[in-house]
Design a protein around this ligand. Sequence first.
Ligand SMILES: [Zn+2]
Ligand SMILES: [Zn+2]
Length: 746
Amino acid sequence: MRGIVQGVGFRPFVYNLAQRLNLAGYVLNDSSGLIAELEGAPAAIEAFLQALGSEHPPLAWLQDRAVTSLPPNGDREFRIRPSVAETGKFALISPDIGTCAACLADCTDPGNRRYGYAFTNCTNCGPRYTIIRDIPYDRPHTTMAGFTMCAECRAEYENPADRRFHAQPNACPACGPVLSAETAKSPSLARIDRLKPVPPIAEAQRRLAAGEILAIKGLGGFHLACDARNPAAVARLRARKRRSDKPFAVMVGSLEAARELCMVDDAAARTLSGPRRPIVILPRRRSAGLPDGIAPGNPTLGVMLPYTPLHHLLFRKNTVTGQEACPTALVMTSGNLSEEPIVVDNQDARERLGGVADWFLWHNRDIYMRADDSVVRMFEGNERVMRRSRGYAPETLDVGRDLPELLACGGELKNVFCLTKGTHAILSQHIGDLENYETLVFFEETLANLKKLFRVTPRAVAYDLHPGYLSTKYALELAGLEKIGVQHHHAHIASCMAENGLTGEVIGVAMDGTGYGPDGAIWGGEFLLAGYAGFERRAHLRYVPLAGGDAAVREPWRSALGHVGAAEQLVVSIPEKRLRAVERMIATGTNTVMTSSCGRLFDAVAALTGLRYEVNFEGQAAIELEAIVDPACEERYEFDIAGEELDFRAMMERIVKEAAAPSVVAARFHNTLAAAIHEMCLRMRRETSVGRVCLSGGTFQNMRLLGLVARALRASGFELFLHRRVPPNDGGIALGQAVIAAERMK
Ligand SMILES: [Zn+2]
Ligand SMILES: [Zn+2]
């Protein structure tokens, strides 16, 4: 049997089923999945095979099974045999799973031996990917190896009827990991803290209530936490973390508490409380009473529910101390500085987070693989993954055909890489922005780990054509592998195709920030007729000059200048010297590139409405423009299609001339862009007879634009394909690189 069948209670399930049906034989984990040998009445074996498909444990996923007949050997009983490892074989590894209801009940029941125990788990929940060092998935291959089970835990672990049968991280207060605490102020105080009789969770609650910033060790790394309702604490965290405007995620104790902060429909409620426990970006309630510093200028809020017993316990009244001060909402942001990878190690936390946190709440179970919180948005009642990490990775995507073993290195921003094995595309967890050494080290560590876990020996490496990307440089330096360069937006579209199991050709609409074009321009508003084997660029947004490289991304007014020249709106707001300097750069072509970027078009509109002249992270202006749209406004501007170019000059002129209310401009702009995309797809369908459309690229994180485009295309009879589990942004391109490279290797 293959699929996610290890570490999810599959062997006890098989054992119990065999007992029930009076079958003899054995079951074991091997490196590629699960093997069972059965002996008994043919009807019982038939019943067994039926039940296998219909009754399997909640976290298991049975991909396929092979059945062979063997001569009987007279077995009388059914046993669970030790795992065997075989070289070259691999098994799928479960992502980390949020605490199940039964375990939550255990650790909140004063009569239970795990009452108050922060590391309670079972075969249905708990850490997996983040603690696994190698396969087969057995305790010695995890970071639980150093903890010897007590007699009671051992009995559970060995009892096939128990929920904790072969639960590798099984533990209790007598034998498992323990919480401890340390103050960031001085080592001598730290000792006192450790001697204090107050349980660490109660002390953490007290400090959070007092406005302190805590570094809390979680499943895939440290969080920095503070009381989300305390404006001073939130402001202090923002200042110390050097995180200027990026929104903080908030953790609340229950669905009810989430509903007080945000609009939560049924689909969002299911995602929030499901076993993957991502951060869900939801419309924020004005009445929520959270300080604006949580997510400045943002009408949405990223919310998640507790996913470890430690989190659950933080939100509960502590009956040991009788303390009432449990927080109702906590900022839970990645424990890192600026754009560095999330901290996983206690010593590292002391050094790197010591200047941010007042106090550390940590434990002695090591995190082997770091994994940030995943981020999803809801669209048409489904979750759309924007950042794919804890709870999702390293789940593989079955592309339905055998691929050669290869590595796709991904992009620069929001890096994710991809390995292939058999029919599986193995996407890494979110690595981050490959702009510093620490992130590159994280990339390399994760790559080594996934190659080992999945037994991948790449024959080729796929990379983005941008020569400046660290991921590209990394790929080109690998010795002995075939090198396959893939255009950025082709990769976006191929990624959407692969996720949806498409072959043949599609109309690919890639709306994006930046991607390297083979003509030397920066692409980012592309209409491709694409398949895995290649693409034809049928149209794109009109090229405009963009001056200043990276500065152009930080200063949206430069994009506006490229689109409309020195409009009144810019002249009154930008210092004249700077404006003239950039004008000269554009006129002379100095440090200026031509771009068809859709992200920069958003920037230009945001600057002309006065919304944003400068941003602190890429996409900020676009997010704010989406946020202010007047939903009642259905008007739009004119646009032109001239040859290959989609031309928005008429729109930009009207925006400059009319100086309408920003919410109206934002609405008309979204409507215009959607209408133009729709019109271009109609034209491509007339010319090519292709009626399938794939939408990809970072701009389609904009749910308003995605909704407008999707409705228009469906109404015109297009077959529409969107991303679901693979991010539409650069976090998804490695998948596209992999399937394109596989095609080229044929
Ligand atoms: Zn459980
Ligand atoms: Zn124990």
